[in-house]
Design a protein around this ligand. Sequence first.
Ligand SMILES: [Zn+2]
Length: 87
Amino acid sequence: MKCLICKQAETYPGVTTVTLERGGLTLVVKKVPAQVCPNCGEAYADENATSQLLETAGEMARIGTLVDVRQYMPPETMPQYPVKSLN
Ligand SMILES: [Zn+2]
């Protein structure tokens, strides 16, 4: 796709670092799949990956995590918090 920021170049598949804040939680996720602009360096994180990370961040905030730094993993390998068993 064409970069939305500089409108000068086509983005290419790469990775980026995403920082999410939820409640008191700051979650930093490295190597998230993204489209990266070779001209200005803007990175557009993959939508599916982002929504998955938001969900994870919501759970982590709920159990009281304040800071976490991790590397992105596809959903099937992402450690799952035992939400359902906490009843
Ligand atoms: Zn650009």
